[in-house]
Design a binder for this molecule. Structure first.
Ligand code: MGD
Ligand code: MGD
Ligand code: SF4
Ligand code: MO
Length: 872
């Protein structure tokens, strides 16, 4: 083992520090960095499993042109020529880049410089449009700058934390754990505002299950109550805020009934919020991904401005960022309407200054196309050459089937990715292999403005190159040699830091220019730091004493009126479909699905429905459900649960053509956006729901990847290979033929059992006593000990047809604790048998929850369940 390399986790915007040790043969051990200020050595389940995702099995290792392996020279020349010719013939706005909040700041800087300064178009937008755009718009409207006022320490110093549209326990687990740890030491209350009951509600004092989209009405009600109870900070408002009266009048005129919450619940919430000075309001995608997302953000900011609870220890609005460099992308001007360092594309002075700094031949004068518009322009032929970097828009944009078709129809599509196995990469003319996180170097900024280094611990595999280097090569071949001839990331960072010094002359807050002369070795050893740089007032917070970035130095409160989600519920589409994330998967699963541990948590896509709705529709647990919207359809496994309200559905966003083709959830989402931010409404589709009438259902396990061809399938990796759920609409004529084709086992020895009466067929393929694969078919959803069976392929199992565990091998159930692979049944059994009363007691008995702690909320829920079972 070599020395440990200090780096940053490549998943969420919490930005935890990691220590990486390469084993010299491609493997990587990962542990939390005790010295990183964000996580102090801790990691969540995804961070802990990073080492399981660095294998090369699925990696793209060489450039491909039209499906064939090519040299870098040919691929880069082709990309440069096609972009140059398209621009010559159709103008600079006929090309576009779609990039990502997962790119490093240096990658982002180069992509923006090329598009905005040298190609001369602003047609570069990022997946942050689907993620942070409403917050950016809200911050800029209120503060005159896109700046998060607070720091992570505020979460420990607060007396009340309100989570709005944020499932922090699963999506920002280390922040949630910091809050839970603080709660053990002192009184700290937690309120969750979410139409759905989530794991984050487990530790909460109050859960407000409001109507989808009604957050503006809720925070308007709070503002009106703040004023009624005399809780306005008059001094702060008169010195630092404009627009108070109009905002209050609008709030007083807005109907709280819109939230669907009872008067008592609203009163309890107002009592807590108004009665607790030290309050942090954390918000995320339940706020941003809405056709009124910007207004939701400003409704929250209004309440903090009116009470002067901003920029002080333990108080403030706190937008948590999603991707590891969502914040860095905002600083570096990744959005189509921004320039680097918080400068504005529409401001002629800013534009001229950046033009001079870059010595740029052409600068756009107006904002470019925002993500949803960009793919519309691809569909209707305005965009003729497209470069997609570090994102999977054929899955994650709303109206995803239309987007996928648009990409396929574009005359020239380049995709930079680490794998060719994505729905987007399949549409590319040119595929460029990028180095992955453990192989690359640069910087990222997390939710609290802390800039950390990512450092390479593994050598680039095959021909893979860093994203910035690929961009710079293309720029040079397009004739822009001078602006793009850096030798390393350090030089790019230094140039960017120098540009921030220029931004400071315009009074901008983002200033890291004291690092403009950084040497390569300074950069290599640069410890994490939070901007503003240097000894900061108020512990690195903004706005305690005003100092906003509108020309008059004051903040703005906005007059806001609530709006319902854009997709209207109708008799044809009566359900409100909400979408979001699961604890152990990352977006389109290109990395997390490589880890068997992470895949064991929730191995199949699903939709949650309330028991009343299920009863009305005559549905049973484990049925397959077909959802339809005007845009598209999906087939998902039904989970019946009171976590969602009647009339609401929830489905995860993660599955794709690679893992479950009928579960591409964005195929159902309309491409409506917030009018100010352009962010799509990803959480409020109108859909119909009915049982998917399958002729047969199947469950498969195998050592090698099965190749299903049927109406419904979902594939997950296991420690011993793969598991798959299957269903079809046409009877299987010959089960043996079907199974041999599924597993690619034309000759393996077969064991088979048929129960004609029950309509069951079971097939197992053997190599001697070793089980290679098994398929369990039924006319009903198959009932089996799935998690137990998943462990059998590749082992001596002459009895796999039984489909159940032997007496001495109990079924562990689905994995809850992924660190120690402890299943649900194991935990419930121990709760019953040992009379366990607390999460700590479960830990002491089974180790569950004692490593990363990401499952503690679920353990608490199982305790509840165990207790109520015992009472039955
Ligand atoms: N495990 C995991 N963690 C991640 C990610 C991941 O893929 N997996 N992705 C990262 C990224 S990029 C992001 S952006 C963040 C997202 O982090 P979060 O925003 O916390 O995650 P989501 O599950 O998308 O949505 C949060 C909640 O919004 C609720 N919601 C829906 N509609 C409304 C509404 O109208 N009002 C309110 N108040 N709530 C509503 C949903 O029910 C959901 O529970 O997570 C980051 N962390
Ligand atoms: N319905 C619904 N839709 C949503 C959301 C939702 O809540 N609901 N959330 C939205 C949000 S907040 C977000 S952030 C987006 C995320 O959506 P995407 O960004 O589209 O999803 P990812 O799976 O993160 O895509 C990242 C891609 O980059 C590749 N990659 C990994 N490492 C590298 C690298 O180093 N270099 C390069 N070039 N490529 C690499 C991965 O293999 C993968 O293909 O989804 C949005 N879509
Ligand atoms: S909370 Fe988890 S996913 Fe997010 S940065 Fe930390 S370890 Fe990575
Ligand atoms: Mo995101």
């Amino acid at each position: 083992m070599g020395a440990e390399v200090r780096s940053t986790c490549p998943y969420c915007g919490v930005g935890c520090g990691v220590l990486l040790s390469a084993d010299g043969s491609g493997g990587l051990a990962v542990r939390g960095d005790p010295a990183h200020p964000t996580n102090r050595g801790r990691l969540c389940s995804k961070g802990s499993a990073l080492g399981e995702t660095v294998g090369l099995e699925e990696r793209l290792l060489a450039p491909q042109v039209h499906g064939s392996t090519a040299t870098w020279k040919d691929a880069l020349n082709l990309v440069a020529t096609r972009f140059r010719k398209t621009i010559e013939t159709h103008g600079s706005d006929s090309v576009a880049f779609y990039v990502s909040g997962q790119m490093l700041t240096e990658d982002y800087y180069v992509a923006n410089k090329l598009m905005k300064g040298f190609i001369g178009s602003a047609n570069i937008d990022t997946n942050s449009r689907l993620c942070m755009a409403s917050t950016v718009a809200g911050h800029r409207r209120a503060f005159g700058t896109d700046t998060v006022p607070g720091v992570y320490d505020d979460l420990e110093e607060a007396d009340l934390i309100v989570l709005v549209g944020s499932n922090l326990a699963w999506c920002h687990p280390i922040l949630y754990q910091r809050i839970m740890a603080a709660r053990e030491k002192r009184a700290l209350r937690l309120v969750v505002i979410d139409p759905r009951r989530t794991a984050s509600c487990e530790g909460a004092d109050l859960h407000l299950a409001l109507e989808p989209g009604s957050d503006v009405a809720l925070f308007n009600a709070l503002l009106a109550e703040v004023a009624r109870r005399g809780a306005v900070d008059r001094d702060y408002v008169s010195a630092h805020v404009e627009g108070f009266d109009a905002a209050l009048k609008a709030a007083q005129g807005s109907d709280p009934a819109f939230t669907g919450l009872s008067r008592e619940t609203l009163r309890d919430f107002c009592d807590l919020w108004i009665g607790t000075e030290k309050v942090v309001t954390i918000f995320s995608q339940g706020v941003n991904q809405s056709s009124s997302g910007s207004d939701k953000v400003n409704a929250i900011l209004n309440c903090h401005l009116a009470t002067g609870r901003i920029g002080k220890p333990g108080m403030g609005p706190f937008s948590v960022t999603g991707q590891p460099n969502a914040m860095g992308g905002r600083e570096v001007g990744g959005l189509a309407n921004m320039l680097a360092c918080h400068l504005d594309i529409e401001n002629v002075d800013h534009r001229d200054a950046v033009r001079g700094f870059w010595n740029a031949p052409a600068m756009p004068e107006a904002p470019g196309l925002k993500a949803v518009e960009m793919f519309r322009a691809v569909a209707d032929g305005r965009i003729k050459a497209l470069w997609l970097i570090h994102s999977n828009p054929a899955v994650t944009l709303p109206d995803a089937d239309t987007v996928q078709d648009a990409i396929a129809s574009c005359p020239f599509v380049v995709v930079s990715d680490i794998t060719a196995a994505t729905d987007t990469a399949r549409q590319a003319n040119v595929l460029l292999p990028a180095t992955a996180w453990a192989e690359k170097s640069g910087t990222v900024t997390n939710s609290d403005r802390t800039i950390s280094r990512q450092r390479a611990a593994l050598a680039p595999p095959g021909a893979a190159r860093p994203d910035w280097a690929i961009l710079a090569e293309v720029a040079q071949r397009m004739g822009f040699a001078e602006g793009f001839n850096w030798d390393n990331e350090a030089e790019i960072f230094a140039e960017y830091a120098a540009l921030s010094g220029l931004a400071r002359t315009f009074g901008k807050d983002f200033d890291i220019s004291n690092r403009a002369k950084l040497s390569s070795s300074d950069y290599d050893s640069m410890p994490p730091f939070r901007w503003p740089d240097g000894p900061a007032k108020s512990g690195g917070r903004f706005f305690e004493d005003g100092g906003f970035y509108h020309p008059d130095g004051k903040a703005r409160m906005l007059a806001l009126a609530p709006r319902a989600p854009a997709a209207a519920l109708t008799p044809e589409h009566p359900f409100r479909l909400n979408t979001g994330r699961l604890r152990d998967q990352w977006h389109t699963m290109t990395r997390t699905a490589l880890s068997p541990r992470l895949s064991a948590h929730l191995p199949e896509p699903f939709v949650d429905m309330h028991p009343d709705d299920a009863a009305r529709l005559g549905l049973a647990p484990a049925d397959l459900l077909r959802l339809e919207s005007p845009q598209g359809s999906a087939i998902l496994r039904l989970r019946i649960t009171r976590d969602v309200q009647p009339g609401h559905l929830f489905a995860p966003m993660h599955w794709t053509g690679e893992t479950a083709p009928s579960a591409r959830i964005d195929a159902l989402i309309a491409s409506v956006t917030d009018p100010v931010s352009g962010q799509p409404e990803s959480k409020a589709a109108a859909v119909s729901a009915a049982r998917f009438e399958a002729a047969w259902y199947g469950f498969a396990i195998a050592t090698a990847r099965p190749r299903p061809e049927c109406a419904y399938w979902a594939l997950a990796r296991t420690d011993r290979g793969f598991r798959a759920e299957l269903a079809g609409t046409e009877e299987i004529a010959d089960a043996e033929d079907f199974a041999r084709a599924l597993f690619g086992l034309p000759d393996a020895a077969l064991q088979m059992s048929k129960d004609m009466a029950k309509g069951r067929t079971r097939l197992a393929f053997m190599d001697g006593e070793i089980l290679l694969a098994a398929l369990y078919l039924d006319h009903k959803p198959v009932r089996l000990m799935r998690d137990f069976l998943a462990g059998l392929p590749g082992t001596e199992t002459p009895w796999a047809l039984a489909g159940t565990a032997r007496g001495d091998m109990p079924d562990p159930g689905p994995v809850v604790c992924s660190c120690y692979a402890v299943g649900r049944n194991t935990i419930l059994r121990a709760i019953g048998a040992e009379g366990l009363q607390s999460v700590e007691a479960i830990g002491a008995s089974l180790s569950a929850g004692t490593n990363c702690g990401s499952c503690k909320a679920e353990l608490a829920a199982l305790l509840q369940q165990g207790v109520s079972r015992a009472a039955e």
